[in-house]
Design a protein around this ligand. Structure first.
Ligand code: FES
Ligand SMILES: [Fe+2]
Length: 338
């Protein structure tokens, strides 16, 4: 399966990249990441060109990686800087690929495409994750399913009523509002529950259980598969600024055709200093995403095996509109890159 090249992939949380080498496969490419002495991010192919031993098994000395097997050394540009054998001449083929990485919003973003097109301005806006008015907790999970199945899940939040006891509401599935003016790069999936009692989640966050309110779940999708959920609850008919707001970021990065790196974060603009609430939110996130969404999506992947979902002619419901549009945008970009 091909992946879009000219786009930014979330490769890691910035905090994951340290002086300890991090091996991670992204879009079928094996890469080793590490922090340089100057504090930047190095990302090079995780495979020595000599006998193909993974470079992350070697040693990091300054900014140089020494291969564990016979000691060839590589710098962050992928160039071989030392051949300790024979006359020490460096064979022309002794180099590895290096990747462009930038850090923004506490995420290391990786670019596979043409260097001259690598514009940081193209990274979708996740400034909420570093906004000082919000307190953000973040985590990671690994999913044995293609990234688009997870993006489908996040673009159709009607599933919350069935999979997630915390999000279930006595009044049934949420109201879905089809997009009026769709754009070519972004998809919005707007689900709302006007004038309803809060679900268990909002009760946990402090919304009074006996008070009706307007609950919104507005998901924004950007390429390749970066989603930001504007989720909050406010008094009936009241402006959103008055209520609780807990925007949630979901960054999906294909690892292989059938596995995905799933980075998520919850940012809140209330009770920011409460460490116990931060811990509780992390616990809830794991309970919801790891224990409830993940098994269903992985079972779905097993059921469709390696088939392309749309090629199986799935039944389409009204709430599938955003997921289908996101898939079309990905297909169009792949087509354009061919
Ligand atoms: S495999 Fe890396 S130096 Fe031999
Ligand atoms: Fe879910």
């Amino acid at each position: 399966m091909p992946f879009i090249r000219n786009t930014w992939y979330a490769a890691a949380w910035s905090k994951e990249i340290t002086r300890q080498m991090l091996a991670r496969t992204i879009a079928n490419e094996k890469i080793v990441f590490y922090r340089t002495e100057a504090g930047g991010v190095a990302a090079i192919e995780d495979r020595c060109p000599h006998r193909f031993v993974p470079l992350h098994l070697g040693r990091l000395e300054g900014d140089i990686v020494e291969c564990a097997y016979h000691g060839l050394c590589f710098d962050p540009s992928g160039a071989c800087t030392l051949n300790p054998h024979g006359d020490g001449k460096i064979p022309r083929a002794a180099r590895v690929k290096s990747y462009k990485v930038v850090e923004k919003y506490n995420v290391a973003w990786l670019w596979f495409g043409e260097a001259e097109l690598a514009d940081e301005g193209l990274i979708a806006d996740f400034s909420i994750m570093t906004d000082p008015r919000f307190c953000t907790v973040s985590s990671y999970l690994h999913v044995r399913a293609g990234y688009q199945l997870i993006s489908d899940n996040l673009l159709d939040l009607s599933h919350g009523q069935y999979i997630h006891p915390m999000f279930k509401n006595a009044e049934g599935p949420p109201h879905f509002e089809p997009e009026k003016n769709p754009s070519d790069n972004e998809v919005w999936a707007r689900f709302s529950r006007p004038n309803q009692y809060p679900n268990k989640y909002f009760q946990m966050l402090g919304y009074p259980a006996d008070q009706r309110g307007d609950h919104r779940n507005f998901m924004r999708w950007s390429t390749p598969s970066l989603l930001l959920l504007d989720v909050g609850m406010t008094g009936v008919g009241r402006p959103v600024e008055e209520g609780l707001s807990i925007p949630t970021s979901h960054l999906l990065t294909p690892e292989t055709d059938l596995t995905t790196h799933y980075f998520w974060a919850m940012s809140r603009d209330f009770r920011q200093d409460e460490v116990a609430l931060s811990e509780e939110l992390l616990r809830v996130g794991v309970a919801v995403f790891d224990d409830e969404d993940k098994p269903v999506i992985e079972a779905q992947q097993i059921a469709i095996d390696t088939s392309e979902l749309m090629a199986l002619n799935p039944v389409l419901l009204q709430t599938d509109g955003p997921a289908v549009r996101a898939r079309r945008i990905v297909d169009a970009k792949l087509q354009a890159e061919r």
